[in-house]
Design a binder for this molecule. Structure first.
Ligand SMILES: [Zn+2]
Length: 230
């Protein structure tokens, strides 16, 4: 099958963007070997683009990104999509506001996931980006809809764009691919900081009123144009 030609420009742009953002996962040391993946909706279509299965990061090219329908089925002949495609597709089908999904096994965040412990919202940068503790989702085996169901059940209606899937790793969502990648980078950063803090003493969650004020300012007043420099 071939994607409709009216979609081809948007498809090619999305392929290029998703391919380039995979380099950020490597740059921020969030992935090992072929683990981890990014997907994004193709604007104006019912297609998503996702990393191919089993291809090393240095060998990724825009044309190797796999276009799939919202059931996770490839719409063109070529590469096999990531083995996590079912989970991504489930999120797109059930969270229409989500434009991109990122998955990593980044070290510190996955250590929290291995303990099944949410990361307490104890630093202002975390209140800015996540507006809450980073929650833990249920344990689920790969294959079928179980992981996707767990992501949606945890994140739908939650401020946090990141979930720690128990004994597995991180899934993040965003309005676009860059936002979802930023959430994955920030999730690992705060997981590391709070972990290090706890090695030397108890960590107190910020007061809810302060979390609310920080989140509101960063998300609505300070705006998405901001870096994380506050
Ligand atoms: Zn995984």
């Amino acid at each position: 099958m071939t994607a409709p030609t009216t979609h081809s420009a948007a498809l090619e742009r999305t392929r290029a963007e998703v391919c380039a953002l995979h380099a950020e996962l490597v740059r921020w040391n969030l992935v090992t070997w072929t683990s981890g993946n990014i997907s994004a909706r193709v604007p104006g279509t019912d297609l998503v683009v996702i990393k191919p299965s089993g291809v090393t990061y240095e060998d990724l090219t825009p044309s190797s990104m796999v276009a799939c329908d919202l059931d996770g089925r490839p719409v063109e002949s070529g590469g096999t999509p990531s083995s996590d495609t079912d989970a991504h597709a489930y999120v797109y089908r059930h969270m229409p506001e989500v434009g991109a999904v990122v998955h990593t096994h980044s070290t510190y965040a996955t250590a929290w996931a291995a303990r099944g412990e949410p990361i307490p919202c104890a630093i202002t940068a975390m209140a800015d980006e996540f507006g809450a503790d980073i929650p833990v989702g249920p344990f689920a085996l790969i294959g079928g809809d179980d992981i996707g169901r767990g992501i949606v059940a945890t994140l739908d209606g939650h401020r946090s764009p990141a979930v720690l899937m128990a004994n597995h790793g991180v899934f993040t969502v965003g309005k676009d691919a860059k936002s979802a990648v930023k959430a994955a980078v920030m999730c690992e950063d705060v997981a590391r900081t709070v972990h290090l803090a706890r090695e030397h003493g108890p960590v107190e969650r910020l007061a809810q009123e302060h979390i609310d004020a920080l989140y509101d300012r960063y998300q609505n007043v300070y705006g998405q144009r901001a870096g994380n420099d506050s």
